[in-house]
Design a protein around this ligand. Structure first.
Ligand SMILES: [Zn+2]
Length: 253
């Protein structure tokens, strides 16, 4: 029983605890090339949140990890079988209700640990910050927290070498043999500016990738996943400690 995970702990153990920080892992349910499970982003969110929270908890920080939200924004994958979309407006409503609970119960710090590129919480947190002025509302994309190129040979952003290595580490029984994976080749937009990163439009997923993957997964290994997971969770735990300890009235220097 891990008392920093709300799904595992009980009221007896936590009812007198004063939590400083709540962490909300947020995933998606979507195809990940041919070889990874639909729950890839949820397995990552849960696994990364639990391990990083454990490191911080063992250093005395009172944090609570909420159950991961399993559905994300998949508007660009509407024609891919059983990719479950929830709209940004639905996410806003869910966030509003969760933050209302935290605010009422005086847990004034929230970190969304985002696992899915289609989820974008920044504008929601701006608006919710007006509704809940006492709250510190924060979001991070764990996959951007450390430089992947130090751990992996091939780049990518969906079911790539990094994600495949992570799932080989976290849930190896759910990964098909790598020769069954597609090559994860992405078609780029013909208009150059989109590829330079300063103009954005949603990618139509079934048109940019034949196997739903973006990034060649075939050099993935369990060992790479383990090493990356360790570096990632250590860095995140440092963030949790800083967030938990920070003084909301004295954030800037
Ligand atoms: Zn993913």
């Amino acid at each position: 029983m891990r008392h920093y995970l709300l799904a595992e702990t009980n009221w007896k153990n936590i009812r007198d605890v004063k939590f400083d920080l709540a962490i909300l892992p947020w995933g998606a349910t979507e195809a990940h090339n041919y070889h990874l499970p639909y729950s890839t982003d949820v397995i990552e969110a849960d696994g990364i949140a639990a391990e990083s929270a454990k490191i911080a908890w063992e250093k005395g920080v009172k944090i609570i990890v909420l159950p991961a939200i399993p559905f994300g924004v998949n508007t660009g994958q509407k024609d891919i079988l059983l990719d479950i979309n929830i709209n940004p407006s639905t996410q806003f409503a869910i966030l509003n209700d969760i933050i209302e609970v935290l605010n009422r119960q005086k847990i004034y710090k929230l970190l969304i640990l985002n696992s899915h590129g289609g989820n974008d919480f920044k504008s929601m947190l701006r608006e919710l910050g007006l509704r809940f002025p006492q709250m510190l509302l924060t979001t991070c994309n764990w996959y951007q927290s450390i430089d992947k190129s130090a751990f992996f040979e091939n780049p990518g952003d969906h079911a790539d070498e990094m994600e495949t290595s992570l799932i080989l580490h976290l849930a190896p029984g759910l990964v098909l043999p790598l020769p069954e994976a597609g090559e994860g080749k992405e078609k780029k937009n013909k208009i150059k500016a989109f590829n330079e990163g300063w103009v954005w439009t949603e990618r139509k997923w079934s048109q940019i990738s034949a196997d739903t993957g973006v990034g060649d997964p075939r050099r993935a290994t369990k060992e790479k996943g383990k090493k990356y997971f360790k570096a990632l969770t250590e860095k995140l735990s440092d963030l949790y400690i800083e967030l938990a300890k920070c003084d909301l009235k004295d954030l800037y220097e």
